[in-house]
Ligand binder design. Structure first.
Ligand code: 13P
Ligand code: SF4
Length: 300
């Protein structure tokens, strides 16, 4: 480990690089990253960094958003094939058709989406700012893409608006079963249930707290409870255990295979060779930047 740390330090210095990692990245990568956070925090960090190279340990839409927000920087991803399946679960045709049909409509795009989808949208959101941003929009009608589960969570919180959805979902969070959560609740009656809003309505209904990965971690730190059933990708347990060593965490979700592609070996390799550079089409990036910057503005 000592050797790896030294090699990493030298490579980071040589490449003037900063390493950003999502809470779902492997533990070993969270341990060496300069910044670890949720999607919103990482987007802000990517937009403001002074480093010349950003190594983004996440999935493709995250590296792509970093490049779009900070086009002058080189963005490397340890594995360019790490992709979020949900990012593709809406289509240009769907959006165009609804825009023709419905007036007073804002297209709200979860940051877990391709640059093409962002470019057709009015504003981007993440799970930690979606409610605040949708509430602030002047439009009465909202097309929320691509995540139907996060969308329905926002719709519950903003009942004064009318919502349309594209039907997308996170295969990891959507496969988390209410029956499994109920079984853990029965086995641990004192436990608080902490849930990501990408989970289904049935799972959310069994929960004590719903929030982004960063919000789940903050809640566990502040709560008086000693036990927590964690309804999100188990990568968050690394930070949960580090920041709350005296509390007990019970994971119920499967892991995100794409996030786990960000191995420590791949981080070193991309810094060493420059492999995995994120390249964006300039015109597409220009159109996708506007909704991303609007998100950063409205979420402040
Ligand atoms: P947050 O980072 O907003 O918690 O979202 C989790 C996620 O699924 C990222 O892909
Ligand atoms: Fe996409 Fe779900 Fe993996 Fe997040 S956890 S990257 S939303 S598949």
């Amino acid at each position: 480990m000592q050797k790896i740390q030294e090699r990493l330090r030298a490579l980071k210095e040589r490449e003037k690089a900063v390493i950003l990692a999502h809470y779902y990245a492997p533990d070993a990568v969270q341990a060496i990253a300069d910044r670890v956070g949720d999607s919103y925090y990482l987007a802000k960090e990517a937009a403001k960094t002074q480093a010349e190279t950003i190594v983004f340990c996440g999935v493709h839409f995250m590296g792509e958003s970093a490049k779009i927000l900070n086009p002058g920087k080189r963005v490397l991803m340890p594995d360019l094939s790490a992709d979020c399946p949900m990012a593709h679960m809406a289509s240009a045709e769907q959006i165009a058709a609804l825009k023709r049909e419905v007036g007073d409509l804002a297209v709200v795009c979860y940051i877990n989406s391709t640059a093409e989808l962002k470019a057709m949208s009015d504003v981007c959101v993440t799970s930690s700012n979606a409610v605040k941003i949708v509430r602030a929009l002047k439009e009465q009608n909202i097309l929320f893409i691509p995540d139907q589960n996060l969308g329905s969570f926002v719709a519950e919180k903003v009942p004064e608006k009318h919502f349309y959805f594209s039907g997308g979902y996170c295969p990891v969070h959507a496969s988390l079963l209410a029956a499994d959560v109920a079984a853990e609740k029965a086995a641990h009656p004192q436990a608080e249930v902490l849930t990501h809003p990408e989970c289904t309505e049935e799972v959310r209904a069994l929960s004590d707290f719903i929030g982004s990965t960063a919000e789940i971690i903050a809640r566990a730190r502040e709560s008086a409870a000693r036990e927590f059933i964690v309804c999100t990708e188990p990568g968050v347990l690394y930070e949960l255990k580090n920041s709350c060593p005296d509390k007990h965490f019970i994971p119920v979700s499967m892991a995100c295979a794409d996030m786990k592609k960000n191995t420590l070996e791949r981080v070193l390799e991309c810094l060493e060779t420059g492999a995995g550079e994120v390249v964006t089409d300039a015109a597409k990036a220009e159109s996708a930047r506007r909704p991303l910057e609007r998100m950063l503005e409205l979420a402040k």
